[in-house]
Design a protein around this ligand. Structure first.
Ligand code: NAD
Length: 391
């Protein structure tokens, strides 16, 4: 199969492109590298650099016919949508119209779109939202996402294109951009904790705010499944775990696992930010009956010394197993050292690992609901998609 993936240099788009390529599909990426990185683009995947809301870039597609379009790229910050609403509109909505027109012209039959839970806005006293609930966007970003959903719906009725609007809740995990301090709750706090340039950690809004955190591997599987499986067609679907995690929970987990304590500064919230929201995911679970990873910490390796400062997937399985085994050895050392009253453990993680290969590994709780859970001892485990270090 042949797919167009927009935003394939970004956090979510690159993971989707890689998975498609690995299973043998042909993939073409469009990305303007505004928040994405060329290094994220999987090898041997075709790439057009440029803005997908511009005609000259769409022209470069040369009327190729795709089996499906994953429209994942876009600017993903509510804050930026207030700073520059026109840019947000072009990137998140005009681009959808251009791609829908391209699909009609070339006979492409399906588009999957990265929408957002932000379309719900806020309703007094309500925390859990289902697809049937009233939408009430609070930011220009949310307006643009909702408009894209509506354009797809009308294109579908008018021209017979199938669409899926996936309302992602808060996505986290390896590959998330630690440099973008305007998007990504987990990554924004994590960056401030682990980067020595930050003496304190600034939190915009209350620590009682909460989100539904969904792991990147689940997002990738669900998004690809929604393209493959016709039962998803022409629907808006919440993509969340159905569980809420507060900002305070996230901060405590980061403190605990990094063993770094910094002063917390609370400032005014971001305009348009929702206080708390989590998904009613009944529709998702009826279409995608596989277990979802529960948020329990920060999974994956943290590469904090490369120029991008991404925390990103450790690609090779063998590498993972080697790491897991070496961590078991470190645990043994740490038990011995604890009995000697010396806390070598975090020293080894934070200093030795960093020096060896630039991976600063941050531990993660063991509440993994993935189906291939392999325990490698008290503290190390491998989930179905990445290995997590549990405490
Ligand atoms: N990450 C989340 O928690 C989350 C939640 C809800 C919705 N989403 C949506 O998912 C999508 C992907 O988010 P992400 O977290 O991977 O963000 P990201 O910033 O890592 O990736 C977005 C990619 O799109 C590219 N891009 C942006 N504007 C472009 C343009 N005009 N032309 C070409 N390329 C462009 C960027 O360079 C980047 O590579 C976004 O549409 C976002 O709104 C993300």
């Amino acid at each position: 199969m042949k797919f167009l993936v927009t935003g394939g240099a970004g956090f979510i788009g690159s993971a989707i492109a890689k998975k498609l390529f690995d299973r043998g599909d042909s993939v073409l990426i469009i990305d303007n590298l505004s928040t994405g990185y060329i290094e994220n683009i999987p090898e041997n995947v075709d790439f057009i650099e440029g803005d997908f809301s511009k005609d000259d870039i769409i022209l470069q597609l040369d009327n190729q016919k795709f089996d499906g379009i994953f429209h994942i790229g876009g600017q993903s910050s509510g804050e930026i949508s207030f700073e520059n609403p026109e840019y947000d509109l072009n990137t998140n909505t005009l681009s959808t119209i251009k791609l829908l027109q391209y699909a009609v012209k070339t006979g492409c039959k399906k588009i999957v779109y990265a929408s957002s839970m932000s379309v719900y806005g806020e309703h007094f006293g309500k925390e859990c939202f289902s697809e049937d609930d009233l939408v009430s966007p609070k930011s220009f970003y949310a307006v643009g996402k909702l408009a894209s959903e509506r354009y797809m719906d009308i294109f579908s009725k008018q021209f017979g294109i199938n669409y899926v609007a996936l309302r992602y809740f808060n996505v986290y995990g390896p590959g998330q951009n630690l440099q973008n301090l305007k998007q990504g709750m987990v990554s924004i706090y994590l960056k401030q904790f682990i980067d020595d340039k930050f003496d304190e950690v600034t939190i915009k809004g209350s620590v009682d705010r909460f989100r539904d955190l969904i792991y990147i591997d689940d997002i990738v599987d669900i998004t690809i499944n929604s393209m493959d499986n016709p039962n998803f067609n022409n629907q808006v679907i919440n993509i969340g775990t159905g569980k809420k995690t507060t900002v305070a929970n996230i901060i405590n987990l980061i403190k605990q696992y990094t063993n770094i304590d910094k002063k917390i500064i609370l400032t005014d919230g971001t305009p348009g930010d929702q206080f708390g929201i989590y998904a009613n995911n009944t529709k998702l679970t009826s279409l995608y009956p596989y277990p979802l990873v529960n948020f329990a910490g920060i999974g994956g390796g943290v590469r904090d010394d490369d120029k991008m400062g991404l925390y990103k997937n450790i690609k090779r399985q063998t590498m993972k197993i080697l790491f897991a085994l070496s961590k078991m050895a470190l645990e043994i050392i740490s038990y011995v050292s604890t009995s000697l009253g010396v806390r070598l453990r975090y020293y080894v993680y934070r200093h030795l690992y960093k020096k060896i290969d630039g991976f600063f590994y941050i531990g993660c709780g063991c509440t993994i609901t993935g189906y291939k859970y392999i325990s490698l001892g008290k503290n190390v485990s491998i989930s179905r998609n990445s290995f997590l270090y549990s405490v």
